[in-house]
Design a protein around this ligand. Structure first.
Ligand SMILES: *[C@@H]1O[C@H](CO)[C@@H](O)[C@H](O)[C@H]1NC(C)=O
Ligand SMILES: *[C@@H]1O[C@H](CO)[C@@H](O)[C@H](O)[C@H]1NC(C)=O
Ligand SMILES: *[C@@H]1O[C@H](CO)[C@@H](O)[C@H](O)[C@H]1NC(C)=O
Ligand SMILES: *[C@@H]1O[C@H](CO)[C@@H](O)[C@H](O)[C@H]1NC(C)=O
Ligand SMILES: *[C@@H]1O[C@H](CO)[C@@H](O)[C@H](O)[C@H]1NC(C)=O
Ligand SMILES: *[C@@H]1O[C@H](CO)[C@@H](O)[C@H](O)[C@H]1NC(C)=O
Ligand SMILES: *[C@@H]1O[C@H](CO)[C@@H](O)[C@H](O)[C@H]1NC(C)=O
Ligand SMILES: *[C@@H]1O[C@H](CO)[C@@H](O)[C@H](O)[C@H]1NC(C)=O
Ligand SMILES: *[C@@H]1O[C@H](CO)[C@@H](O)[C@H](O)[C@H]1NC(C)=O
Length: 349
């Protein structure tokens, strides 16, 4: 028995080293799936060489992380010059939590198995060349999915914006689909099915129709951006129930109209940025705007607003940017502000 001769301190050190030793090497199956993913690419930007040189344990490979059981939990291969399709073999990695494939030149569609994965929490495929429609809800998928962050922005996705898909996305916190070519409507189910949504960016697409009043059911919503689409109708009053909003932005839809209701706008007391420029809003800037103390940017340019600038605006002491150009407003900003307000048009308006 050697334990008698080993001083306790050394034994402790030994145990410590043993416990802290590298986690289990990746399983053969996980490794096979990663190599199949690699083989599916038309260009790997040197990744095959890198993985080869990193030895047999795929948990040690560039961009790969594993849990203690040798199962792959993370694939972080952003800006690696990857081209070609996202192989469905990636979806065989059943412990995957995080995928980041942003800033590559991947093409083809987003495999439905990734979006509706039972494990993936973060899926970022932004800034690539993915195209086709975003997968609609497969009929076999009936239970909630863990996905919290979906960033498919700055790709070439198109067709109708999916609606049923969100029904199983109870855990969604951030959804960025901006800078694609989606058509159709903003789904009215979105905030009802994903009540935790804090960030929703639908800007730079071809969405049309009304702004659904159910967006007001997103009580956690901080960022709502849907500018540069073809939306029409009014800002539904329910939007003002989303009182966590800090960033409300619907510019350059052309067709949005109606008046800014003073009684409603004050409910958004956390608002930092209000951007409704490039639409057909009319009426006056409400007096109550002065109660939005945190407001930093106000963009109402290129609308059909009229009347006098409310003196209360001087109470928006954090206001740094004011764009009111191309309207029919009167008044003197200089009287109300000591700060340097940026008005992109010479006076008077
Ligand atoms: C892995 O994925 C491929 C392609 O989706 C599939 O054909 C295969 O059956 C899956 N399962 C295993 C264990 O490799
Ligand atoms: C993915 O990687 C890019 C580049 O490193 C990073 O900017 C981005 O935040 C990452 N995405 C997520 C969801 O963490
Ligand atoms: C994609 O969006 C997520 C959520 O907003 C964000 O954390 C991530 O940084 C974005 N990715 C890139 C490459 O900007
Ligand atoms: C969404 O992604 C785009 C890039 O594709 C980025 O410019 C934008 O800031 C993101 N939106 C939010 C709210 O983070
Ligand atoms: C839109 O996507 C294209 C292609 O990915 C990219 O070059 C451009 O910078 C993106 N624009 C914004 C505003 O993010
Ligand atoms: C959505 O919000 C409205 C109030 O704006 C409320 O009456 C309705 O019950 C909410 N719906 C859900 C499903 O939470
Ligand atoms: C502009 O607003 C005025 C009322 O202020 C209204 O009479 C007129 O119809 C509006 N014009 C357009 C194009 O919406
Ligand atoms: C500006 O705020 C002060 C309190 O901070 C208040 O007394 C005053 O009435 C406000 N002025 C306007 C024009 O709303
Ligand atoms: C601007 O408003 C004034 C009165 O406030 C009105 O006489 C004039 O017709 C309006 N001009 C336009 C282009 O709406």
């Amino acid at each position: 028995m050697c334990s008698f001769t080993v001083p306790p301190a050394v034994l402790q050190l030994f145990l410590l080293l043993f416990l802290a030793s590298p986690a289990t090497a990746c399983t053969e199956q996980e490794k096979r799936n990663l190599l199949q993913f690699l083989a599916g690419l038309s260009s790997d930007g040197g990744l095959a060489t890198s993985w080869c040189n990193n030895g047999a344990d795929c948990c040690e490979w560039e961009g790969i992380s594993c849990n203690g059981d040798g199962a792959v939990t993370g694939v972080s291969l952003e800006s690696k010059g990857l081209e070609g399709p996202i192989s469905p073999f990636l979806t065989n990695l059943t412990s995957l939590l995080h995928i980041n494939l942003s800033h590559n030149s991947l093409s083809g569609g987003l495999p439905a198995e990734l979006m509706f994965s039972r494990s993936i929490i973060v899926l970022d495929v932004s800034f690539s060349r993915l195209n086709g429609p975003l997968p609609e809800l497969p009929s076999l998928v009936t239970t909630d999915r863990p996905l919290q962050v979906l960033n498919i922005s700055s790709n070439q996705f198109g067709s109708e914006f999916p609606s049923a898909t969100w029904k199983v996305m109870k855990n969604l916190i951030a959804l960025n689909t901006s800078n694609n070519s989606f058509s159709g409507h903003i789904p009215s189910s979105l905030c009802v099915s994903s009540p935790s949504l804090a960030l929703l960016d639908l800007s730079y697409n071809q969405l049309s129709g009304d702004i659904p009043n159910t967006l007001g059911n997103c009580s956690k919503l901080k960022v709502l951006k849907a500018g540069n689409n073809h939306l029409s109708g009014i800002l539904p009053v329910e939007i003002f129930h989303a009182t966590s909003l800090e960033y409300l932005s619907f510019p350059n839809n052309g067709g949005l109209q109606g008046e800014l209701d003073g009684a409603h706008i004050v409910k958004l007391s956390s608002l930092l940025i209000l951007d409704l420029g490039g639409n057909s809003f009319s009426g006056a800037i409400p007096e109550s705007i002065g109660q939005l103390r945190r407001l930093e940017e106000l963009h109402l340019g290129s609308n059909n607003m009229s009347g006098e600038l409310p003196s209360t605006m001087s109470n928006c002491t954090n206001l740094k940017t004011i764009d009111l150009k191309i309207n029919n407003l009167t008044g003197d900003l200089g009287k109300q502000f000591d700060c340097t307000a940026v008005v992109s048009q010479p006076f008077p308006w």
